[in-house]
Ligand binder design. Structure first.
Ligand SMILES: *[C@@H]1O[C@H](CO)[C@@H](O)[C@H](O)[C@H]1NC(C)=O
Ligand SMILES: *[C@@H]1O[C@H](CO)[C@@H](O)[C@H](O)[C@H]1NC(C)=O
Ligand SMILES: *[C@@H]1O[C@H](CO)[C@@H](O)[C@H](O)[C@H]1NC(C)=O
Ligand SMILES: *[C@@H]1O[C@H](CO)[C@@H](O)[C@H](O)[C@H]1NC(C)=O
Ligand SMILES: *[C@@H]1O[C@H](CO)[C@@H](O)[C@H](O)[C@H]1NC(C)=O
Ligand SMILES: *[C@@H]1O[C@H](CO)[C@@H](O)[C@H](O)[C@H]1NC(C)=O
Ligand SMILES: CC(=O)N[C@H]1CO[C@H](CO)[C@@H](O)[C@@H]1O
Ligand SMILES: [Ca+2]
Ligand SMILES: [Ca+2]
Length: 575
C-alpha cells in the first residue's frame, strides 16, 4: 500500500514537473563545468589512410581511447577546406571538410560514434578572417562590390602603394595591410597576408557566419571554440595605435604598439553575446543540451573576464602565460586565487595547460607534468588538455628548416625560425614504438615524429606499472565523478616557509587534498593539524617516481613529501 502511495506521489511529481516545463527548454546547462576537455590536433592525431597526415577517420578510430582516458568532450582544430597556409586557420569554405581530412560523411560518422560513447564534439571556428583563396575574397579582388564589402579596404595614407592606411601591425609581425594594385587599395589582415579580415559591420557577413554555425549545429556538434576572438572588430576611423614601449620590441613586432583599436573592442563582445543567445535559442527549440561557446583570447585579465558579462566562457590561459618552471608556491597560489576570485559568482571556470601554439606542458615544467595535470584536475572548473600531454610528450626542438611547416616560422626565416616555430609541439601523437610511433604507415609524416617515441609512447605507458598516462586517467575520472571536486569548496595556502602549495577541496564529509613540493632537491614534512581535514587520509595519486617512498595512510600532522613531488590524499569515503 505504502509503495503504491509512494509511486503515485512520484508520478504526480513527474506530472507536475512535466506541466511546469511545458515549453521546450535547454537541457544540461553548462555541462562543461566538470568536464575534461581534450584538444585534438587533427593533422597529428592518427592517420587512417597512410598519407602521412592525420584525418577524421583516424580520430574516429581513436575515440574509444579518448573515452577510456576519462575525457568526455573533444574539440578539433580546424578541419575545413583550406589551402593550409596556416595549418587550417585559413579557411576557404566554412561548411566544407578539407579533403586531406576526409568528407562530410566521415565527419558525420565521427559525431555519431562520439555521441554513442558519450563524448561531446566541439569545433574550432575561425570567424575573424578567411583564406585569400575563399571565393568571397577572390570575387572581391576582381572588384565585385558586394564581396569587396565582405572585407576591410582602405586607401593608403598618401593615396599611393607605399604608405598603408595607418600603422597597424599583424600578429605575425608584419604590417596589417596589403596593397592590391588592381584595386588601388589596401586590405586588412590581423594575421598572415593570406588571411584577410572579414567586415563584421556588414550584416551579410554576420548572417553568412551564423549560417555556418547553424550548418554544423545541424550536423550535431555540441558547440564552438572560437579562434582569435578579440580581433573581430577594429576602429572604424582607422586611427593609428600608440606605442607600447614594451621592452625589446622592434618596430616590426606586434608588441611594438598598444592594440587599442584592433583588439577587445565592445562590438566584438556584443557579437559573441548574440551568438550565445543564438545557440541557446537553437538548443531551446529542440530540447537539446546547451551548446558550448568558448573563446581563445590572450587579452589582459580585465578584457578576458569581460566575456562573462555576455555569458560567454573565456579560456583561462594563466597556467600558460603567468607561471613558469621558476614560479614559487606563492606565485602559483596568487595566480590561482586571482583567477578564481575574478570569475563572477555562478559562472563556469576552466584551466588550460597547453595548446598547439605554446611549448608543451612537459617542456615548460620539466619534471613537473603530473603536478600540472593535478592542478588542472583538482581546481574547480573544466580541465583542458592538449592531445599528447596526457602521455607527457615533449617539444621536438630539432626540426630542420627543410621540415618546418609553421608559417610564423617560415616568415621568420632560416636563421630565426627555431626559436619561434610552433612545429615542436605539433608532432604526431606517439601511440607505440612501431614505425612512425604507430601514427601512420607512410614513408614520411607531415612533420617528423619526435625521435624519443621508442621509449615515450602510449603503449609503453599503458603497460608500465606507473606512468604519466595512468596518473592522468585516474585524475580524469576523479575530476568528473568526485562530488568534492564537482561542487566542493576550494581553499589554498602555502606551508613550509612558502615552499609547499596545499589545495583543499571538500564537500560534506568528502575531502581531496593536493600537496606540491616546490623544492627540487629537498624532501619535506608538512604539518596540517591546524586545518579542517580528516585526521587520517589515504594516498590517491602520486607524481611519477615518488610513490615508492610513501605510505598508503597518512596522519595530517606529519605528511612526508619527497623532493619535487605532487601528491593527492583523500578522505576514506573516496574510492
Ligand atoms: C562551400 O562548399 C559547399 C559544399 O561544397 C558549397 O555548396 C558552397 O557553395 C561553398 N561556399 C562558397 C561560399 O563557395
Ligand atoms: C563594411 O560593410 C559595411 C556595410 O556593408 C560598409 O558600409 C563598409 O564600407 C564596409 N567597411 C569597409 C571598411 O569596407
Ligand atoms: C600575467 O602576466 C602578464 C605579463 O607578465 C602581466 O602583464 C599580467 O598582469 C599577469 N596577469 C595576471 C593575472 O597575473
Ligand atoms: C626553467 O627552464 C629553463 C629553460 O627551459 C632553464 O634554463 C631553467 O634552468 C629552468 N629553471 C628552473 C628553476 O628549473
Ligand atoms: C557550474 O559552476 C558554477 C560555478 O561553480 C555553478 O555556480 C553552477 O551552478 C554550475 N552549473 C552546473 C550545471 O553544474
Ligand atoms: C637532430 O637532427 C639531425 C638530423 O635531422 C640528427 O643528425 C641529430 O642527431 C639530431 N639531434 C638530436 C639531439 O636529436
Ligand atoms: C591557439 C590558436 O588557435 N591559435 C591560432 C590563433 O589564430 C591564428 C590565426 O587564425 C592561428 O595561426 C593560431 O594557431
Ligand atoms: Ca591521412
Ligand atoms: Ca578583425
Amino acid at each position: 500500500m505504502q509503495t503504491a502511495i509512494m509511486s503515485l506521489t512520484t508520478s504526480l511529481c513527474a506530472l507536475l514537473l512535466l506541466l511546469s516545463s511545458s515549453s521546450a527548454e535547454i537541457f544540461n546547462k553548462s555541462w562543461w563545468n566538470s568536464t575534461v576537455f581534450y584538444q585534438v590536433y587533427p593533422k597529428s592525431f592518427y592517420d587512417s589512410n597512410g598519407d602521412g597526415v592525420g584525418d577524421l577517420n583516424g580520430i574516429t578510430l581513436k575515440l574509444q581511447y579518448v573515452k577510456n582516458s576519462g575525457i568526455n568532450a573533444i574539440w578539433l582544430s580546424p578541419i575545413f577546406s583550406s589551402p593550409m597556409a596556416d595549418g587550417g586557420y585559413d579557411i576557404s569554405n566554412f561548411t566544407e571538410i578539407a579533403p586531406i581530412f576526409g568528407t562530410l560523411e566521415d565527419f558525420e560518422k565521427l559525431v555519431m560514434r562520439a555521441h554513442k560513447l558519450g563524448l561531446k564534439v566541439v569545433l574550432d571556428f575561425v570567424p575573424n578572417h578567411t583564406s585569400d583563396q575563399h571565393p568571397w575574397f577572390q570575387k572581391a579582388l576582381q572588384g565585385d562590390e558586394k564581396y569587396k564589402e565582405y572585407y576591410i579596404w582602405a586607401d593608403g595614407k598618401n593615396k599611393d602603394d607605399k604608405t598603408p592606411p595607418n600603422n597597424w601591425l599583424s600578429l605575425f609581425n608584419i604590417p596589417a595591410w596589403t596593397y592590391v594594385p588592381s584595386l588601388k587599395q589596401w586590405y586588412l589582415h590581423q594575421f598572415g597576408t593570406i588571411q584577410p579580415d572579414l567586415n563584421y559591420s556588414n550584416p551579410e557577413v554576420v548572417e553568412e557566419m551564423r549560417n555556418a554555425l547553424k550548418f554544423w549545429l545541424d550536423k550535431g556538434v555540441d558547440g564552438f571554440r572560437v579562434d582569435s576572438a578579440p580581433y573581430i572588430f577594429e576602429d572604424k576611423e582607422l586611427r593609428d595605435e600608440p606605442r607600447s614601449y614594451a621592452p625589446d620590441s622592434t618596430p616590426d613586432q606586434y608588441t611594438y604598439l598598444e592594440p587599442i583599436y584592433t583588439a577587445d573592442l565592445k562590438p566584438t563582445y556584443e557579437l559573441f553575446g548574440s551568438w550565445r543567445k543564438y545557440l541557446d535559442g537553437y538548443a531551446d527549440e529542440r530540447n537539446l543540451d546547451q551548446k558550448m561557446l568558448v573563446m581563445e583570447t590572450y587579452s589582459s585579465l580585465e578584457h578576458t573576464l569581460e566575456y562573462y558579462d555576455y555569458d560567454v566562457l573565456p579560456f583561462n590561459f594563466l597556467f600558460i602565460t603567468n607561471v613558469t618552471n621558476s614560479s614559487t608556491a606563492t606565485d602559483f597560489k596568487n595566480t590561482i586565487d586571482l583567477w578564481i576570485n575574478s570569475v563572477p559568482y555562478g559562472k563556469s571556470n576552466n584551466w588550460v595547460l597547453g595548446n598547439h601554439d605554446r611549448p608543451r606542458v612537459a617542456s615548460r615544467f620539466p619534471g613537473r607534468l603530473d603536478q600540472m595535470t593535478m592542478l588542472s584536475m583538482i581546481l574547480p572548473g573544466m580541465a583542458v588538455t592538449y592531445n599528447g600531454d596526457e602521455i607527457g610528450m615533449v617539444d621536438d626542438r630539432n626540426i630542420s628548416w627543410a621540415d618546418t611547416q609553421d608559417p610564423l616560422a617560415r616568415i621568420a626565416g632560416k636563421d630565426h625560425y627555431a626559436a619561434i616555430s610552433r612545429d615542436p609541439e605539433r608532432t604526431p601523437f606517439q601511440w607505440s614504438a612501431e614505425e612512425n610511433a604507430g601514427f601512420s604507415t607512410a614513408n614520411s609524416t607531415w612533420l617528423p615524429v619526435n625521435p624519443n617515441y621508442k621509449t615515450l609512447n602510449l603503449q609503453a605507458e599503458e603497460r608500465s606499472y606507473q606512468s604519466h598516462y595512468k596518473i592522468y586517467k585516474t585524475l580524469a575520472y576523479l575530476h568528473r565523478k568526485e562530488p568534492a571536486l564537482i561542487q566542493g569548496s576550494y581553499a589554498s595556502f602555502t606551508t613550509n616557509n612558502g615552499t609547499v602549495l596545499d589545495v583543499i577541496r571538500s564537500s560534506d564529509a568528502r575531502t581531496v587534498l593536493l600537496l606540491i613540493n616546490f623544492e627540487d632537491d629537498i624532501s619535506q614534512t608538512v604539518d596540517l593539524s591546524d586545518y579542517n581535514l580528516p585526521a587520517i587520509m589515504k594516498l590517491k595519486v602520486a607524481s611519477l617516481g615518488s610513490r615508492s617512498s610513501l605510505k598508503e595512510w597518512v596522519d595530517k600532522k606529519n605528511i612526508y613529501l619527497p623532493e619535487k613531488a605532487a601528491l593527492i590524499y583523500t578522505s576514506f569515503n573516496i574510492q
